[in-house]
Design a protein. Structure first.
Length: 178
């Protein structure tokens, strides 16, 4: 049985949980998230906690037990505190600009790359080289950050590109002269 799945998910005071079968809806001060949990999982609210348990002792139920508990915990944290991802741009002349829900990246291509942010994701740029993403859905936030990083991933020779804040890029030695 999953060690993570055994732990109940604490619910803060300002958050409300609505459970209908495997469909979980969580409302909080930052917004509302809902999700259909995988089959073979039972969700129940016990006081100020949510308990996730496997339906039976099958292999599928045991595999999805910890995942389901983590999904519910991330939803609770998202609607109460929110999530933040920071990306850092390195390279001469590389910069970013944010206008509303649109992010414009100048990262060495002949034309700037423009990206539209999905619903629920706020984007801000600090010092032209640091992109800050905020949102309540951890999954969507991570996907948006990965798409932005994929525009120009960090390369191992000069270290130029877009990376997560604090990400270590293994550097390679270049060619040596004769």
């Amino acid at each position: 049985m999953s060690r993570i799945g055994k732990q109940p998910v604490p619910i803060p005071d300002q958050v409300s949980v609505d459970i209908k079968g495997r469909h979980v809806t969580i409302k909080g001060p930052k917004g509302t998230l809902s999700r259909e949990l995988p089959s073979a999982i039972v969700v129940a609210q016990e006081g100020s906690t949510v308990k996730v348990s496997p339906e039976n002792n099958s292999r599928i139920a045991r595999q999805r037990h910890g995942l389901s508990r983590t999904l519910v915990a991330n939803m609770v944290e998202g609607v109460s505190k929110g999530f933040e991802k920071r990306l850092q741009i390195q390279g001469v002349g590389y910069r970013a600009q944010a206008q509303g829900k649109k992010l414009t990246l100048n990262v060495g291509y002949s034309n700037p790359v423009e990206m539209q942010m999905p619903e629920g994701i706020q984007v801000a740029v600090e010092k032209n080289t640091e992109v800050v993403l905020n949102g309540i859905d951890k999954e969507v936030l991570g996907n948006v950050a990965a798409r932005i990083r994929a525009v120009r991933p960090p390369e191992p020779y000069k270290g130029k590109g877009i990376r997560y804040l604090g990400e270590q890029v293994r550097r390679k030695a270049g060619k040596t002269g004769k």
